[in-house]
Design a protein around this ligand. Structure first.
Ligand SMILES: Nc1ncnc2c1ncn2[C@@H]1O[C@H](COP(=O)(O)OP(=O)(O)OP(=O)(O)O)[C@@H](O)[C@H]1O
Length: 582
């Protein structure tokens, strides 16, 4: 039932995307006609040769050349059109899958590994493309060719035609038997390829770590284990495919031998001409082999349906948006109220418990507290990446649940701890803050972020390619580009996760200056790891184990001698120890 549904869905998908099979069907029918025509031609020309009839030779030679020309042209068109259709389907599925992925909620990325998705968009996509062109067409073509060959064979010798026709159902049975096993194996294989892709991705993204920690051997062992697992399923798949082909071919070959012997007997006894026998042998290929071909095509289709199942599973996931959201900006901001916010990433553990925060426009709010307390999770809730289990967040007195997500996110700009850069140029990376930014705006943002100095020293300036993940830039340079991006976005509320990575004094001064410009006049939430930077905050909120342990201004919190006081003192102690040892 599930297989049928997937097949129908795939067919409906092709219709929806107007994948045109018209010309492919034309080449398919022309191909069938040419196969039958070739058999007829062999019949005629052999009989003419055997009986030494001279009269029709010129005509037969012309017909032969026409058949040859049409066959070559048709094979060219057929192959070209199949690859065109396959490519169109793969392109559409690739784009639709990514469209869907871009609309999926953060919880999806939390629960699924990116490697799985990569496999879906590469291997699964490839398998579907092939199935929707070559495989489907041979599954349609082969039975039609078999039936028309059978009818033609009946006109030559009905007894022999009936013997050949018995083989078809046998090979079909073989295909049915092996197809299911193949599909199951393919599902197992694809899921392991997903895991391997994830492992590979992590290895490739961690060159500094694996070199520093000498993890090469360990990572290689992990990769080998995963590769061997894949190899096991590939070999198993190969065995099933080999058994299928061997059995189907054995049945086909057997029928060929039987028919050949019986046919030769009929020809010798005069109940059939030699031309008839030649045509018979030629057509018999189309009667028996199509069925053996059917068996392996069926196997391929099963594998592709497995791949389509996985793609459709992604497409059926619950999304945040129905369509890719438009870039949105909301400038009118008055206040945020977080009340009784309670949340857990899963049902086993509460991460935030009854957190309440009130913020007026223009205020600076510092979130401080022990690691793992839930500060970043508050940011994620503000951005609507996860929904609260209890409590609410209101912006301008409107519950964010009643807002479109792109409206909610339009209030915010985010400067993460680890600046994320896309591969491309510096200009592109800054302009992600405002897609239609002018040259002047980009330059001004770069200047205010203290980035123009290093950019102008690069040979290509703003057009410098920064490599994968901005790998050709230093940590401080990436941070300043990240700030430039946020400046350009010009959102009223800034979420700033203070970088913990140690920068040298000069770099830190440049980043801090840029941040001061970015925060000026903006409501800012800062996750502060260095308590020295939050003393002038309008509110300091101390988060511990998902609850608000303390709240107030720097002096008030020091006087109340709570958690903040202890954190501050240990921070001072750490700072003075570092100074003393320097
Ligand atoms: N995506 C996630 N899925 C499941 N649990 C998570 C996820 N992100 C964080 N957690 C858990 O939630 C808790 C709070 O994490 P969070 O990142 O909000 O803390 P934090 O206060 O920002 O910590 P830090 O100061 O170290 O950055 C942690 O115990 C963490 O293990």
């Amino acid at each position: 039932m599930k297989q049928k549904n997937t097949l129908w869905r795939l067919t409906a998908y092709c219709f929806k995307h107007k994948i045109s099979y018209t010309f492919l069907f034309i080449t398919m029918f022309v191909g069938i006609g040419l196969d039958l025509g070739t058999a007829w031609y062999l019949n005629k020309i052999t009989d003419a040769a055997v009986t030494q009839t001279q009269t029709h030779w010129p005509l037969l030679i012309i017909i032969g050349l026409i058949i040859l020309f049409l066959t070559v042209a048709n094979i060219y068109l057929d192959t070209y059109l199949k690859s065109k259709v396959s490519s169109q389907i793969r392109k559409n599925i690739r784009i639709d899958t990514l469209k869907k992925v871009l609309c999926l909620p953060a919880s999806h990325f939390n629960e699924n590994h990116s490697g799985e998705l990569l496999t879906r968009m590469t291997n699964d996509n490839q398998a579907i493309g092939t199935a929707c062109s070559n495989t489907i067409l041979s599954l349609i073509r082969n039975p039609i060719l078999a039936v028309s060959s059978f009818i033609y064979l009946m006109t030559i010798n009905w007894k022999l035609a009936l013997i050949c026709a018995l083989v078809g159902p046998m090979t079909l049975l073989v295909g049915g038997l092996f197809g299911k096993v193949l599909r199951h194996n393919s599902q197992q294989l694809q899921s392991r390829i997903g895991t391997l892709t994830s492992v590979l991705q992590e290895i490739l993204n961690s060159s500094t770590i694996f070199k520093t920690f000498g993890l090469e051997k360990k990572l290689l062992t992990k990769f080998i284990l995963n590769s061997e697992d894949i190899s096991k399923f590939e070999i198993r798949g190969g065995k099933i495919q080999a058994s299928l082909s061997a059995t189907a071919n054995a049945v086909g070959l057997l029928s060929f031998i039987v028919t050949f012997i019986v046919g030769a007997y009929f020809a010798a006894s005069g109940s059939m001409t030699v031309g008839g026998l030649i045509a018979f042998i030629q057509l018999m290929n189309h009667l028996t082999w199509p069925f053996s071909g059917l068996a392996s095509s069926w196997g391929e289709l099963q594998q592709a349906l497995g791949a389509a199942d996985r793609i459709f599973k992604t497409m059926d996931e619950k999304a945040e948006f129905h369509e890719i959201p438009a870039h949105k900006m909301n400038h009118a901001f008055n206040k945020i109220e977080v009340a009784g916010l309670t949340f857990g990433y899963n049902t086993e553990r509460l991460i935030l418990n009854d957190v309440s925060i009130n913020v007026e426009a223009g205020q600076k709010i510092a979130l401080v507290g022990p690691s793992g307390g839930g500060k970043t999770t508050i940011f994620k809730m503000l951005l609507g990446l996860f929904e609260p289990d209890k409590g609410h967040i209101q912006i301008n007195e409107k519950n964010v649940r009643e807002m479109e997500l792109q409206d909610l996110r339009g209030y915010f700009s985010f400067v993460p701890q680890e600046s994320f850069m896309y591969s491309g140029t510096i200009r592109e990376n800054i302009a992600f803050g405002k897609l239609d930014a002018s040259e002047e705006e980009i330059t001004a943002a770069a200047r205010d972020a203290n980035a123009l100095g290093f950019i102008s020293e690069l040979p290509d300036g703003l057009d410098t390619h920064i490599g994968e993940g901005g790998g050709r830039l230093s940590g401080g340079q990436k941070q300043r580009l990240s700030i430039a991006r946020a400046l350009l976005r010009n959102a009223p509320v800034l979420l700033l996760d203070e970088a913990t990575a140690a920068l040298d004094n000069e770099s830190e001064r440049l980043v801090q200056e840029a941040l001061d410009r970015l925060m000026a006049g903006r409501t800012t939430f800062i996750i502060a790891h260095r308590l020295s930077t939050v003393q002038h905050a309008d509110q300091i909120i101390v988060i511990e184990n998902g609850t608000v342990a303390d709240k107030g201004k720097h002096e008030e919190l020091l006087q109340s001698k709570g958690l903040y006081y202890r954190l501050y003192n240990s921070h001072l102690l750490a700072a003075s120890t570092i100074e003393a040892s320097a």
